[in-house]
Design a protein around this ligand. Structure first.
Ligand SMILES: Cc1ncc(C[n+]2csc(CCOP(=O)(O)OP(=O)(O)O)c2C)c(N)n1
Ligand SMILES: CC(=O)[C@@H](O)[C@H](O)COP(=O)(O)O
Ligand SMILES: [Mg+2]
Length: 591
C-alpha cells in the first residue's frame, strides 16, 4: 500500500483524482522527492523547488497532454517529469542513458517542446495555439511557463508582440522570483518590482498595453489561489498573462537563502541542505576563474577594458570584474544578440571589449557575429566558455558547433588555449590590440596547471606548437583535447611512441600553414582530434588545406554528425572516440 500521496501518482490523470485539500501535502512530498534525488545525483534544484505548487496546479487544472504545457528553459521541470510518468526513473536524470535534465519530445508526450536554451516557450506555445485554431480545436489550451529573466530576452518580446494581436487560447504564466541564475537585471525587472510593491494598476501594465488579459501578481505558493486563478482563466478567451510570485529554492532554507549557489548546487546533504566541505587540496583552477581573474588584472592596468556577459556573471566569473569595476562590467540579461552588438558598438568607440558567452548560447547571436562584428572587422574579444562537450546538461548545451560555425566566417581569429597560461596570454595579447575580432574558446571545468598565474607573454597570432616529435603518425589537436592525445601516446610501447608526434594547432584561424606544410611532408598519417563537431570543424579545415597537394592519410576524430546526449564528459569523449583510450585505439590501427 502506498504510504504517501506521491506514490499514488504515475500520470496527471491520477493527480486529478486527488481531493484539492490534499494538494499541499503532495507539494511537500514532491519537494522532498526532488531534494532527495538531486542531493545525490546533482542537477538544477532551486528552479524546480520554486514551481512545485504551480506544477501540481497546472496538471490538476488542465487536461495535459491534450492541453499543451510548454516550459521555458526547462530546468524547472523536474516536478513535471515526476508527475508525468518518470518518477521511477527520475534517479537517472542527466546520466548517460538516463532521462534528460530538460523537457524533451522524444522522452514523453507531456514534453511538448524541447528546451534548454531560454525564452522560446512563448513562440512555441503561440505556434501550437495558432495551429490548434487552424485545425478547429477550439477548446485546447496552450500554456507557456516563463521566468522573469527569460521573459526579458529578445525572443520573448518578439513572441509577445505577435501573440498580442492574435485571438488564441494562449496563457503565459510569468514565474517571477526576481532571479535568473544570478539576480535579474534591467528595466523590466525594475518594473516587476514596482508591480509587486504597488500592485498592477488596471489598464496600466505592460502586458495590457500589448493586448493581453493580465492578472496578478498572486502568491505562486498558495496552491488554492493558483488553482482558482487557472480555473478562471480557462474560460477567458484570447492571450492572457498570469503573473505569479515565487521563491526560488522554496522549501529548502539554504536554497532560499543562497539562490545563486543552489541553482545547481552539485551534491549536498538532503537532510540538512548543507554543501559538502570545500576540498582544500590544491587543484588547477577552473578556466572560467582564470578568465575572471585575468580580466581584473588586465582591467586594473588598462582602463579601456570592458567586460560583458549575457546573464552569466557567476558561470563566466565576470562577477569578479563586476565587483571591482562595476562601471566597466555589464550583465545585460539573457540577451546574447544584444551582448554581441552592444560589444561591437562600444568597441567602435575605442574600448577594448571582452564579451564572454557560453559557446552554446552564442549560437543565438550568429547574425550579430557576422553582420555587426566580422563584416566590419570590429576587434571585439569573445571568450567562449563551456566549449566542447559540457557533460550532464546534454544536447542543448554542448559547445560543439562553434569551430564549424565560426571558421566559415571571414575576418576573424579563432584561438583555443590548451591550458590556463595560454588563456591568460591570449587575453593579454588581444587587449594590446588586434585588427580583427578574436574568438577564444575554452571548456567547462578545470585546466591542468596548478601554478597558473605567471607573468604575461605575447602569443604570435597563427602559430601552432609542437608538443611531441614523431615520424609516422601525427596527432594534430586543438586546445585542451591535446592532453588526451598525449596520454594516448603514453599508452603505447616505447618503440611505438617514437613514431607518433603531437602538434597543438592552437589557432584554427589563421592556420599555421608554414608548419602544416612541413608536417604533411613528414608524416604518413595525420589524425586530427577535436572537441567539437567533425563536420566542418578543425579536421575539415585540415582536409581542405591538404587537398589536393598531399596524399597523406587523414583520419578525423571529433563529434560525428549527431547531437550528443547527456553523460559525464569522460563518458561522452569515450563514446565519440576522443578519450585517451579511444585515441590510443585509433593510433594502433594506423601504426
Ligand atoms: C539563451 C540562453 N541563455 C542563457 C541561458 C542560461 N540560463 C539558464 S536558466 C537561466 C536563468 C533563467 O531565469 P528565469 O527565467 O528567471 O527562471 P528561474 O531560474 O528563475 O526559474 C539562464 C540565464 C540559457 N539557458 N539560455
Ligand atoms: C539551465 C542552464 O542553461 C544553466 O543553468 C546551465 O546548466 C549552466 O551551466 P553551467 O553549470 O556549466 O554553468
Ligand atoms: Mg527567475
Amino acid at each position: 500500500m502506498p504510504n504517501n500521496i506521491l506514490d499514488t501518482i504515475t500520470f496527471p490523470d491520477d493527480l486529478r483524482k486527488i481531493p484539492q485539500k490534499k494538494l499541499p501535502q503532495l507539494a511537500k512530498e514532491l519537494r522532498e522527492f526532488i531534494i532527495n534525488i538531486v542531493a545525490t545525483k546533482e542537477g538544477h534544484l532551486g528552479a524546480s523547488l520554486g514551481v512545485v505548487e504551480l506544477t501540481i496546479a497546472l496538471h490538476y487544472v488542465f487536461n495535459t497532454p491534450d492541453d499543451i504545457l510548454v516550459w521555458d528553459v526547462g530546468h524547472q521541470a523536474y516536478g513535471h517529469k515526476i508527475l508525468t510518468g518518470r518518477k521511477e526513473i527520475f534517479h537517472t536524470n542527466r546520466q548517460l542513458g538516463g532521462i534528460s535534465g530538460f523537457p524533451k519530445r522524444a522522452e514523453s508526450i507531456y514534453d511538448t517542446f524541447g528546451v534548454g536554451h531560454s525564452s522560446t516557450a512563448i513562440s512555441a506555445a503561440l505556434g501550437m495555439a495558432i495551429a490548434s485554431k487552424l485545425k478547429g480545436e477550439k477548446d485546447r489550451q496552450h500554456i507557456a511557463v516563463v521566468g522573469d529573466a527569460s521573459i526579458a530576452s529578445g525572443m520573448a518580446f518578439e513572441a509577445l508582440n505577435h501573440a498580442g494581436v492574435t485571438d488564441t487560447n494562449l496563457l503565459i504564466i510569468l514565474n517571477d522570483n526576481a532571479i535568473g541564475i544570478d539576480p535579474s537585471v534591467g528595466a523590466l525587472k525594475n518594473y516587476f518590482t514596482k508591480v509587486k510593491l504597488n500592485g498592477a494598476k488596471e489598464a496600466d501594465t505592460i502586458f495590457e498595453a500589448l493586448n493581453f488579459n493580465y492578472s496578478g501578481p498572486i502568491d505562486g505558493h498558495n496552491i488554492d489561489l493558483v488553482i482558482a486563478e487557472l480555473e478562471r482563466l480557462k474560460n477567458v478567451s484570447g492571450p492572457k498573462v498570469l503573473h505569479i510570485i515565487t521563491t526560488k529554492g522554496k522549501g529548502l532554507r539554504q536554497a532560499e537563502e543562497n539562490q545563486v549557489v543552489y541553482h545547481a548546487p552539485g551534491k549536498f546533504d538532503a537532510l540538512t541542505g548543507n554543501l559538502p566541505p570545500k576540498n582544500n587540496q590544491l587543484q588547477p583552477p577552473k578556466f572560467q576563474d582564470v578568465f575572471g581573474k585575468t580580466l581584473v588584472e588586465l582591467a586594473s592596468e588598462n582602463e579601456k577594458i570592458i567586460g560583458i556577459t549575457p546573464a552569466m556573471p557567476t558561470g563566466s566569473s565576470l562577477k569578479f570584474m563586476m565587483d571591482i569595476f562595476p562601471q566597466r562590467a555589464f550583465d545585460v540579461g539573457i540577451a546574447e544578440q544584444h551582448a554581441v552588438t552592444f560589444s561591437a558598438g562600444m568597441a567602435t568607440q575605442g574600448f577594448t571589449v571582452f564579451c564572454n558567452i557560453y559557446s552554446t548560447f552564442l549560437q543565438r547571436a550568429y547574425d550579430q557575429v557576422i553582420h555587426d562584428v566580422c563584416l566590419q572587422k570590429i576587434p571585439v574579444i569573445f571568450c567562449l566558455d563551456r566549449a566542447g562537450i559540457v557533460g550532464e546538461d546534454g544536447a542543448t548545451h554542448h559547445g560543439i558547433f562553434d569551430l564549424a560555425y565560426l571558421n566559415c566566417i571571414p575576418n576573424l581569429i579563432i584561438f583555443v588555449p590548451r591550458n590556463e597560461t595560454e588563456l591568460r596570454n591570449i587575453m593579454f595579447t588581444a587587449q594590446l590590440g588586434l585588427d580583427l575580432p578574436i574568438f577564444i574558446r575554452y571548456p567547462r571545468g578545470r585546466g591542468s596547471i596548478l601554478d597558473w598565474k605567471k607573468p604575461f607573454n605575447l602569443i604570435n597570432i597563427g602559430t601552432a606548437e609542437i608538443l611531441k616529435e614523431g615520424n609516422k603518425i601525427l596527432l594534430l589537436t586543438l586546445g585542451p583535447v591535446c592532453h588526451n592525445a598525449l596520454k594516448a601516446i603514453n599508452l603505447l610501447s616505447p618503440s611505438q611512441r617514437k613514431r607518433v608526434g603531437c602538434v597543438d594547432l592552437r589557432f584554427l584561424k589563421p592556420l599555421d600553414e608554414t608548419l602544416l606544410h612541413e608536417l604533411f611532408q613528414k608524416y604518413e598519417t595525420v589524425i586530427t582530434v577535436e572537441d567539437g563537431t567533425a563536420v566542418g570543424g578543425m579536421g575539415s579545415a585540415i582536409v581542405s588545406f591538404a587537398s589536393p597537394h598531399y596524399k597523406t592519410t587523414i583520419k578525423m576524430l571529433g563529434i560525428p554528425d549527431v547531437f550528443p546526449e547527456h553523460g559525464t564528459v569522460e563518458e561522452l569523449q569515450s563514446k565519440f572516440g576522443i578519450s585517451s583510450e579511444a585515441i590510443y585505439k585509433t593510433i594502433k590501427i594506423y601504426l
